[in-house]
Design a protein around this ligand. Sequence first.
Ligand code: CP
Length: 308
Amino acid sequence: MTFPRKDILGTQDMDASEISSILDVTESFVEVSTREVKKVPTLRGKTIINLFYEPSTRTRTSFEIAGKRLSADVINISTSGSSVAKGESLKDTAMTLAAMAADVIVVRHPSSGAPHFLAGHVPCAVINGGDGTHEHPTQALLDLFTIRQRKGSLTGLRVGIIGDIAHSRVARSNIFAMRTLGMDVRVCGPASLLPLEIESLGVRAYTDLDTAIRDVDIIMVLRLQLERQEKGLIPSLREYSQLYGLNLKRLEQAKPDVLIMHPGPINRGVEMAPEVAEGRYSLILDQVANGVALRMALLYLLAGGPGL
Ligand code: CP
């Protein structure tokens, strides 16, 4: 099998068979993390650079762990400790790293489109680790893997994505991929956090949470992106939490076997109560664990491990 892409920039242009193939390859990497010695030689001699212009715990760490479990050399670069702090441009930074023979650059950037721009200027593979409010493809793919792992298949499942849809790259990447896979997607949040044209993506928009979560198989709660809010979009955190916070009482309206997801980090007590985050149907830590396997799969596919 030859992977047909140089880069992973988004889910918008992925078809169903490509997504399914990535999830199948992910399956084969889950077991590595359960071994006593969590390492395979697949990417020995390859170099992976994590270039993060925004904070991250899950994405950056799981790419680092994924690369190391595949025996690649992994280097982490953040803005404060690099020449980015001296004003070096994104393009110059990436070309510099590529000149050191990097095989994969994982980039997170506050500007939508930054990874796409980079991909056109460097010969190595580029993976989008989250760009502005645009896409977070690796999060969506690990979410889909986690749902498939629990439910067996994806087509026909009904998902409610709740919260700050307007600022969420996680929502966009999930909507693109879920619609491609034939899933029924609802989005719900205050009107000020629902983009005007959101239904043109093939989803149904709701402003009432109780209605939105009725009969859904999965509730995906989003982080309220406090760092990206313009003034006045929500009246107060207290009111947001009263109307859109997922708590045990609200969950009584949902299917008894509903699964709960959140990409993290959680604003506890704002978008989700701790009892829900840690409750019996929460998949939040499965998402985190599967993030390592999914990122191992993508690094393997892009960095050309043996057997391709
Ligand atoms: N879900 C996610 O992208 O989390 P981090 O910001 O911690 O990487």
